[in-house]
Design a protein around this ligand. Structure first.
Ligand code: ME8
Length: 653
């Protein structure tokens, strides 16, 4: 029987569309799951969505739909989370939604079980609550008076609530954290112990009465289960814990590995083990806390105008290139600074130049010198032995890194081999060998060695760029048997008379300047789209008395003439009939909105008793009244024009 390997991503909040940072975790987990399948494991890869909680309830209200409708749209709607994972070629075996009936019923049973065994009790909660994070905090946990997780404002909250005896589990959880490799990277262990366990674990508030979008506590109507209790148990209910929908718990549970972002390590490495201890479940094998993708050191967001939409990036660069970039560039345990320049550079250097060129040069030479099929004659030398030794060494090291959840280091091994193979082309100079018939066996050997090195590298790259590898395997003539992991480090696997099939360019080189300009234009458009459609200035709160208002001499004026002021691109000079019989000159900075001819003959409104003001050498005596507002951030202006039946000089009051 195959050994099992169970791996999970966090289940995502469908409170908004996902950005490229969310994609990072799922792509990494996918690469590890694919690698384990390649190694022959019986893999269970679970992902899903975490659909309850106050934030979702509020967002649904704002959108004027029910919470269920709201989450359905983001999870299953067009361009939603399910579509995104399909697009990104995510190979999950199961998908759980916490609104699934079987999960809801199971969470009720789990809650009751912990209540019955005395680990959940009723009390009253007073504390600081962070709505976006749905977390209560104590005063001492706040950072500068704000939520320690997200840095946002918290507010006082009090409610009757159920509590989980987290304090009871402080010692066994600390022992678990200190033993072996339950939590990685190791730096996160000290963080958890020093920041959370040593200051003293307090019991955890595990029910809410202030909103209703959650799993109801069935023995106490009005209470809903705290979203994190509901969410964490997804990993078990999706395997059949406390339900009949699935029956895989015994098979997969002992080998469960949780991949999570750093900000939710606390939930997974302290609260989760404590609750599992309470219900008598074995501990997971591992929690791995990866870093964050940031932009200029800060969080990603659409309002910053960043193109962080994975749909856009996948369309521009290709799914495989995007998957590759995420895992090649950033050490998995640390934060990484995302930028479009880095993305383009990684694709050009690693995929277009190193890998793409190696495949296209090699297959082109097999076609050019041998019509596409190598002859069986061989003539080996020490360089071939070096490549073959490296295939073995790199694949072994790669496996060690993948097993340790270090995809960036594993990829380094694949590219060490690719780099060596490119150098081997220059050292062997096939184009020189091709000049002499006597070198035919040596030339065939050089090309065969190259095909073997490519095959070995592709086997390592399959979990990261599966579709491109399938095409490249076809191009180098590697059948399914030659793609097996067991053969990855072996030399001599392709048939001696292997045939290549030169195909499309795997990774076209990207014109960095043009692409950056295109992305920048998109960013600007996104920024604009995020601005409010219409903005008017808030009303002035300060009042003025009636007499003060009456001091403003507002009059109807006829526009007799209008012309642009020389050397000014803003100012228009108006000659006005104000009813006195003497022309009045007013300058107005509205040329951006009107051509002079448009306004001649119209009736406008002006305030006349302002002190004279000189602009561009011309004296202005008053001000024309306009209406101003903003549309998508852009200032709009309408000159106040009134009925032409109103005579010049009529007072407005
Ligand atoms: O936390 N870079 O859901 P979520 C890297 N529902 N990873 C990022 C990221 C970024 N910029 N932004 C978010 C939740 N993530 C809970 C999980 S599990 C029982 C419940 C990661 O949608 C984040 O670290 O807010 C987390 O691991 C995942 O995306 C889901 O975040």
């Amino acid at each position: 029987m195959k050994e099992t390997f169970y791996i999970t991503t966090p289940i995502y909040y469908p409170s908004a569309k996902l950005h490229i940072g969310h994609t990072y975790c799922t792509v990494a987990t996918d690469a590890i799951a694919r690698y384990k399948r390649l190694r022959g494991y019986d893999v269970m890869f679970l992902t899903g969505t975490d659909e309850h909680g106050q934030k979702i309830e509020e967002k649904a209200k704002e959108a004027g739909v029910t919470p269920q409708q709201f989450v359905d749209e983001i999870v299953t709607g067009e361009g939603g989370i399910l579509d995104l994972w399909k697009l990104m070629n995510i190979s999950n075996d199961r998908f759980i939604r916490t609104t699934d009936d079987y999960h809801v019923a199971a969470v009720q049973k789990i809650f009751k079980k912990m209540y019955d065994n005395g680990d959940i009790y009723k009390g009253a909660y007073k504390g600081k609550y962070c709505t976006p994070c749905e977390s209560f905090w104590t005063e001492s946990q706040l950072v500068d008076g704000k939520c320690p997780d997200c840095g946002r404002e918290v507010h006082d909250a009090e409610e009757e609530a159920y509590f989980f005896r987290l304090s009871k589990y402080a010692k066994p959880v600390q022992e678990l954290l200190e033993s072996g490799t339950f939590l990685e990277p190791a730096s996160r262990v000290n963080e958890m112990i020093n920041n959370f366990i040593k200051p003293g674990l307090e019991d955890l508030c595990v029910s809410r009465t202030s909103f209703s979008w959650g799993v109801p506590v069935d023995f106490d109507p009005g209470h809903v289960v705290y979203v994190w209790v509901d969410a964490l148990f997804n990993y078990a209910t999706a395997m059949g814990y406390m339900n009949d929908r699935y029956n895989d718990l015994d098979k997969y549970w002992p080998n469960v590995h949780h991949i999570v972002g750093k900000e939710i390590v606390r939930f997974h490495s302290i609260i989760w083990p404590a609750m599992l201890m309470s219900v008598g479940m074995p501990m997971p094998q591992k929690v791995y806390g990866h870093g964050w993708l940031v932009i200029d050191g800060g969080k990603m967001s659409k309002s910053k105008g960043n193109v962080v939409d994975p749909y856009v990036l996948a369309e521009k660069f290709g799914v495989d290139a995007l998957r590759f970039f995420l895992l090649r560039t950033f050490p998995f345990g640390s934060d990484g600074n995302f930028s479009n320049e880095l993305l383009i550079n990684t694709i050009n250097v690693d995929l277009a130049n190193s890998l793409g060129n190696l495949v296209s040069r090699t297959t082109a030479m097999v076609e050019k010198y041998f019509g596409g099929t190598l002859p069986a004659d061989r003539c080996h030398d020490a360089l071939d032995d070096e490549i073959s030794a490296m295939m073995k060494e790199c694949t072994e090291k790669y496996a060690g890194f993948m097993d340790a959840f270090q995809p960036h280091l594993a990829l380094e091994e694949a590219f060490r081999l690719i780099g060596r193979a490119n150098k081997y082309i220059d050292e062997s100079a096939p184009w020189v060998l091709a000049k002499d018939e006597a070198n035919r066996a040596r030339l065939a050997t050089v090309l065969y060695t190259l095909l073997e090195a490519i095959r070995s590298a592709l086997t390592m790259l399959v979990p990261f760029i599966p579709e491109s590898c399938a095409k490249a395997f076809e191009q180098i003539g590697a059948d399914a048997a030659a793609q097996a992991w067991e053969k990855a480090g072996e030399y001599g696997v392709l048939p001696a008379e292997v045939s290549v099939h030169k195909g499309e360019t795997l990774f076209p080189r990207i014109d960095a300047a043009a692409m950056l300009a295109e992305l920048e234009a998109m960013q600007e458009a996104a920024k604009k789209a995020a601005l409010p459609a219409l903005e008017v200035e808030p009303l002035t709160e300060e009042t003025i008395d009636f007499d003060t208002f009456c001091k403003s001499d507002l009059r109807a004026v006829k526009i007799k003439n209008c012309e642009a002021v020389k050397k000014s691109d803003k100012l228009l000079k108006f000659t006005l009939d104000d009813g006195t019989g003497t022309d009045r000159i007013i300058l107005s900075g509205i040329h951006k909105y009107y051509e002079p001819d448009q306004l001649i003959g119209k009736t406008a409104v002006a305030i006349l008793n302002l002190p004279p003001r000189k602009m561009m050498g011309v004296e202005s005596n008053g001000m024309l009244i306009s209406a101003v507002h903003k549309e998508k951030g852009e200032e709009k202006l309408h000159l106040m024009l009134i009925d032409d039946a109103v005579p010049a000089g009529a007072k407005l009051c």
